[in-house]
Design a protein around this ligand. Structure first.
Ligand code: GYE
Length: 368
């Protein structure tokens, strides 16, 4: 009898101590909980950046890095593709293995993404395409795109050129244009090249040569230098970004020619894209660059707005484009028309250039 009560007593003690142990485990977990859940609550974003070729790109990287911080609830995994699609594909596969919450891709070129984006879709990871576009057979392979309309940018500067020439009585057959293209196969190159070709065929302009300056100053200088030696009559150098324009300006000066808008007087006109850094806008003011189509790189807040929409169960617009300006210091053309829409030309001067520079730095909105 006594031993039976002893067994019951031991059972009761064991049960109590087990419950007590459980409680203390729970308590421990609760104590650790805040730290653990903070780490777990971070939204993990794998960002495959294509490289570091230009001022535009540096600003774009900074915008992403300053937006997706731990203080704001994000963990940003940043991979620099160094202009190689293979590197970018490897980065995306790594993000899939790490099971990130979102993949953000700034693709170096348009083609060749179908397989890796199918893998991301299979893993149910939303993919946001930023800056340049991908060319895929099935557009459900990415969630959405935010960036610029590159052909529209080109149409803006070419309309400006056409109107400027009319205002100065420069005939279409007097223009001898070379195009210093961007990275071949990149949306920014494709759109800007197509826009120029269409305008040339509409207006009867002569495009003497097209060659890639790879969006860099060094290559822009090298290619312009070579073309100037090959063709004596070049009077418009159309550069697909500001860095290649900086190189082109150096090459034109080194060749002994003058840079400027006065084609009739033998000057070589430079046209460009981006308008990101202060130097480029000052080059507009001093008429080294006659016209610049703005291309805004501050996509961090735009991507964040997309992620917030997705987090709340919403569906962002499939494609959204940044609303961008056109700059010139020449006041002959005050507005242009593209597709029946009027775009005012922002006339830069020494007095207002800093204001526009600051405005660009703050710009975060898009239009659809
Ligand atoms: O214009 C150029 C950069 O894709 C919009 O890439 C971007 C372009 C930009 O290197 O400067």
């Amino acid at each position: 009898m006594k031993s039976k009560w002893l067994v019951v007593l031991i059972l009761i003690i064991c049960t109590f101590s087990a419950v007590a142990c459980g409680l203390s485990e729970d308590k421990k977990e609760q104590e650790q909980a805040p730290e653990k859940s903070t780490e777990e609550d971070l939204i993990v974003i794998g960002f495959s950046q294509l490289g570091a070729e230009s001022d535009w790109r540096s600003e774009n990287t900074k915008s992403m890095q300053s937006t997706f911080t731990e203080e704001k609830g994000y963990k940003l995994l940043f991979e620099d593709g160094q202009q190689s699609q293979t590197n970018q594909i490897t980065a995306i596969r790594r993000f899939i293995q790490q099971d990130v919450d979102y993949i953000v891709l700034a693709p170096v070129t348009e083609d060749g993404w179908d397989t890796v984006l199918s893998e991301a879709k299979e893993a149910e990871i939303p993919v946001i395409i930023v800056d340049r576009m991908v060319n895929v057979a099935d557009d459900s392979l990415y969630t959405c795109f935010v960036g610029s309309d590159f052909e529209l940018e080109a149409r803006k500067v070419t309309e400006w050129l056409n109107d400027y020439c009319k205002s100065k009585d420069i005939a279409a057959d007097e223009l001898h244009i070379v195009n210093i293209q961007g990275t071949m196969g990149a949306s920014a190159q494709i759109g800007r090249t197509n826009g120029l070709r269409k305008a040339a065929s509409n207006y009867g302009w002569d495009i003497i040569a097209e060659e890639s300056g790879e969006f860099t100053q060094t290559k822009g200088r090298e290619v312009t230098n070579k073309l100037l030696r090959q063709y004596a009559d070049i009077n418009v150098v159309y550069c697909e970004n500001d860095n290649s324009a900086f190189g082109a300006i150096q090459a034109i000066k080194q060749s002994g020619k003058r840079v400027g808008s006065n084609i009739k007087d033998g000057e070589v006109m430079v046209i460009s894209f981006d308008g990101v850094n202060h130097e480029a806008l000052l080059d507009v003011v001093s008429n080294q660059i006659s016209c610049v189509a703005e291309c805004n790189p501050l996509h961090g807040p735009r991507v964040e707005a997309i992620i917030k929409t997705l987090e709340q169960g919403g569906m962002p617009d499939k494609k959204s484009y940044v609303d961008e300006k056109v700059y010139s210091a020449q006041d002959e053309v005050s507005a242009i028309m593209v597709n029946d829409k009027k775009y005012d030309i922002t006339i830069l001067s020494e007095d207002n250039v800093i204001d526009y520079y600051i405005e660009n730095q703050m710009k975060t909105q898009t239009e659809n």
